[in-house]
Design a protein around this ligand. Structure first.
Ligand code: SF4
Length: 636
C-alpha cells in the first residue's frame, strides 16, 4: 500500500517522476524547490489571471460538416467560470476566453469549408491577452480528446508570449499530469483534481501569503536536476459557495453552435440551453469511472436556493430555457434534491432539465419522481452498465438486477420522462452469456433507449490498472478501437463505438470483412477485442431496434421515432438501419409520407454499403425491410 498522504495518480510513469511524500526528506526538499520555482516564475506575484478553455476537438479530427450540423458538444466552461468568481472574491482580477466556442462559432458562420480556418482561435486568444495583460494563463482541458489542442494552444503561447507562464488544470490534466507535463514543456505547473482550493493555495504561494509546504494536488517540471514532481496529497474538499462568473462569454451561443446534453431532440432548435451543478462527487466508486479519482470521496451539496438563483439568472440574462445538470449524483440526499426541484417549481421558471450525466437507479421513488416532473424534467440517463450480477459486482456498481427492474416498473408510471439506460460492453471477464444478461435486462426494463459503449478505460481508474496488469505480457499493436493492447504505453484517447464503427463502415463500403453474430457461437467465452464492434452492433440492434416491431404503446413508439429522427437527421444520416426503423415507427404511427421517405433512404443507403448489406442479411433485417416495403405499397 502506498503512503496515504500520496496518491499515485498517473499510471504512465515517466522515467524521472518523483512522488512527494510528507515526512520524507526528498519530498520536503522538492516542496521547497517547488516553492522556489513558483517564486522564480512569478517574481512580482499574480494579480491577473486569464482562464482559457481549449478546443475540445483536435484539428485532424474536426469535420466542418459535423460542426455546421451542430454535432459537437458545446458546453459553457463551468469549472473555469467558478474559478473566476473565486479568485475575484479574493481580490485577483480574472477573465475567461473559450477557444472551443470560437472554433464552433466560426464554423457555423462559414457557408463553405474553404472559408473555414481551425486556427481562428489563435487570433481570439492573442487579442484577449493583449487586452487583458494577464500575469498567468490557466488552460483548462476536460477530456483526453482535448490533449492535442491543449498542446497546440500551449505551443502557440510559448512561441508568441514566451514570458507568460502557463498553468493547466481540468479532468484530463488531473488524470494524466506527468503525460501532460512531459509532452507539453510550455506548461510549468499542473493543478490537479478540484480546482478551487488548489488554485487558491498556488496563488497564495505565488503572492507570498503561504509557504510551499501548504501546496497540494500539484505537479510541476523542476530544473537541476530536470524532473517532474507530482504532489498527490489532496487538499480539503471544496465547499461549493461560488456560482460561475462567465464574464463576457455569450452563454446563449453555446446551444446554437453545439450540443448540450443527450436530449436535444426534445426541444426546439431555438431553445437556449446551459449547464448547472448542484452536487460535486459521487457516493459510489465504480471501477471504470474517474469521478472519485478527480473529486475525491463523498458528495458536496450546494445550497439549493443558490442553485435556483443561478438558474433564474441564466434565464433572465441569457434567455436559458433548458439546463443540463453537470452532477454525477444528482439524487444524492433525496430530501434535498426534492427541495431543490420544489424551489424550481415554486418560482415558475419555465425551464426544463435533463440529467445526461446519469442518475443512480436505486434512489428513485415516487415523491422524487413527482418533484422531477413538477420542476420540468424531460429525461435522464440511468447507469445500468450490465445485467450480469458478477460483472456488476466487479464494477462495484451501486445497483442490482432487482433494483433496476424495480426502477423500471416505477418509471413506467412517468411516461413524460424520456429514460435512457447506459450499458458497457467489453468489461474484463465479460462472456457472451454475461452480455446476453444485459440484453435480457434491457428488454425487461423497456426503457426508451440504451446508449452503449465499448469500455475504453481511462487512466487513473481501477479498471485501467486491471487491464494494464492483464496486458503486461502483451506487446501487440493497438486494437481495432485504438485501445493499445499495452495500455500503459498507449495514450488511450476515448473513441466511442459509434464513431469507430462509422469509420469502419466507410472503409468497407465496397467490400465487407466477414461478419457473424457472436450470439450464434458458444456463450461461455470472452469475446476478443476485435469482436467487440460486431458484438456492439448486434446488441444495439436487439435492444434498441428489434423491440420496435412488437412495441404496442404509441407513446413509446413516438419516443423511439424522436430518437431515430435525431440519429438519422443529425448524427449518421446515411445509416440504413436507423432510416428503416424510423420508417417503421412512422408507418405504425400513421405517417405514411415520412415512412416512404425513410424506407427509400434505407434501401438507397443499403445499396451503397456492403458493410450494412452483410449485417442486414446475417441478422435477417433484410426481411424486415422487404416486409416494410410491402406494407407501404399495400397502404398506397
Ligand atoms: S455511479 Fe456513476 S458517477 Fe458514480 S462512480 Fe459510478 S459511474 Fe461514476
Amino acid at each position: 500500500m502506498s503512503d496515504p498522504a500520496v496518491v499515485t495518480i498517473d499510471p504512465l510513469r515517466p522515467k524521472r517522476l518523483f512522488h512527494l511524500r510528507e515526512g520524507n526528506d526528498a519530498g520536503v526538499l522538492d516542496l521547497e524547490a517547488l516553492g522556489a520555482e513558483i517564486a522564480r516564475r512569478f517574481p512580482a506575484g499574480i494579480r491577473r489571471i486569464l482562464f482559457v478553455a481549449v478546443p475540445q476537438i483536435a484539428e485532424e479530427h474536426f469535420v466542418f460538416d459535423a460542426a455546421r450540423k451542430r454535432r459537437y458538444p458545446g458546453f459553457p466552461p463551468y469549472g473555469p467560470a467558478v474559478l473566476v468568481a473565486m479568485v475575484e472574491a479574493g481580490g485577483i482580477q480574472a477573465d475567461i476566453v473559450d477557444l472551443h466556442l470560437a472554433v464552433l462559432d466560426h464554423a457555423r458562420s462559414c457557408e463553405q469549408p474553404e472559408q473555414f480556418s481551425y486556427a481562428v482561435w489563435q487570433g481570439v486568444l492573442a487579442e484577449r491577452i493583449a487586452a487583458f495583460r494577464p500575469d498567468v494563463v490557466g488552460l483548462s482541458c476536460m477530456f483526453n480528446m482535448g490533449h492535442g489542442p491543449l498542446k497546440q494552444v500551449a505551443s502557440f503561447l510559448g512561441a508568441n508570449f514566451p514570458a507568460l507562464p502557463v498553468i493547466a488544470g481540468g479532468v484530463h490534466v488531473s488524470l494524466t499530469p506527468t503525460m501532460v507535463l512531459e509532452d507539453i514543456p510550455e506548461i510549468s505547473f499542473a493543478l490537479l483534481n478540484e480546482g478551487e482550493n488548489v488554485l487558491q493555495r498556488f496563488l497564495d504561494v505565488a503572492n507570498g501569503r503561504a509557504s510551499a509546504r501548504e501546496l497540494a494536488s500539484i505537479a510541476a517540471r523542476l530544473p537541476a536536476p530536470d524532473r517532474i514532481v507530482v504532489h498527490g496529497k489532496r487538499d480539503a474538499p471544496t465547499q461549493l459557495v461560488h456560482s460561475p462568473d462567465y464574464k463576457a462569454l455569450p452563454i446563449d451561443r453555446y446551444s446554437r453552435v453545439g450540443r448540450i446534453g443527450a436530449y436535444t431532440f426534445l426541444r426546439s432548435d431555438e431553445a437556449v440551453a446551459a449547464t448547472v451543478l448542484s452536487r460535486r462527487g459521487c457516493r459510489a466508486q465504480c471501477t471504470f469511472c474517474s469521478v472519485r479519482s478527480v473529486n475525491g470521496e463523498g458528495v458536496r451539496v450546494r445550497d439549493h436556493v443558490a442553485v435556483v438563483d443561478e438558474i433564474e439568472h441564466l434565464k433572465r440574462r441569457y434567455g436559458v430555457s433548458h439546463i443540463m445538470w453537470l452532477d454525477d449524483d444528482l439524487f444524492y440526499d433525496r430530501d434535498d434534491a426534492i427541495a431543490l426541484f420544489d424551489e424550481m417549481a415554486a418560482r415558475k421558471l419555465g425551464v426544463t432539465w435533463d440529467a445526461s450525466n446519469g442518475i443512480i437507479a436505486s434512489c428513485l421513488n415516487e415523491p422524487l419522481l413527482d418533484a422531477c416532473v413538477r420542476s420540468g424534467c424531460v429525461g435522464f440517463n440511468i447507469g445500468i452498465e450490465s445485467g450480469n450480477r458478477e460483472i456488476l459486482a466487479h464494477m462495484r456498481k451501486p445497483g442490482s438486477v432487482e433494483r433496476y427492474l424495480g426502477a423500471a416498473e416505477l418509471l413506467a408510471r412517468y411516461p413524460g420522462i424520456f429514460t435512457k439506460g447506459f450499458l458497457i460492453l467489453g468489461y474484463p471477464t465479460e462472456t457472451i452469456a454475461a452480455v446476453q444478461d444485459s440484453v435480457n435486462l434491457s428488454l425487461a426494463m423497456d426503457l426508451d433507449w440504451y446508449p452503449s459503449q465499448i469500455l475504453t478505460p481511462m487512466p487513473g481508474t481501477p479498471v485501467h490498472q486491471l487491464m494494464l496488469d492483464q496486458d503486461a505480457s502483451s506487446a501487440g499493436p493497438a486494437d481495432a478501437l485504438g485501445r493499445s493492447t499495452k495500455l500503459g504505453e498507449g495514450r488511450t484517447f476515448s473513441i466511442g463505438a459509434t464513431g469507430s464503427i462509422a469509420k469502419r463502415e466507410r472503409s468497407e463500403r465496397e467490400q465487407a470483412r466477414p461478419f457473424s453474430n457472436p450470439f450464434d457461437g458458444p456463450h461461455d467465452r470472452i469475446p476478443a477485442r476485435e469482436e467487440l464492434e460486431d458484438l456492439w452492433i448486434v446488441v444495439d440492434y436487439r435492444i434498441n431496434y428489434q423491440p420496435i416491431l412488437s412495441q404496442p404503446d404509441p407513446r413509446k413508439l413516438e419516443k423511439k421515432r424522436l430518437m431515430l429522427a435525431e440519429i438519422c437527421d443529425r448524427m449518421t444520416s446515411d445509416n440504413p438501419l436507423g432510416n428503416l426503423f424510423l420508417a417503421i415507427c412512422e408507418l405504425r404511427l400513421g405517417d405514411l409520407a415520412g415512412a416512404r421517405l425513410h424506407v427509400d433512404r434505407a434501401a438507397e443507403h443499403l445499396q451503397a454499403s456492403a458493410f450494412w448489406r452483410l449485417r442486414f442479411e446475417v441478422l435477417r433485417i433484410d426481411e424486415v425491410l422487404r416486409d416494410t416495403q410491402r406494407r407501404l405499397s399495400l397502404a398506397a
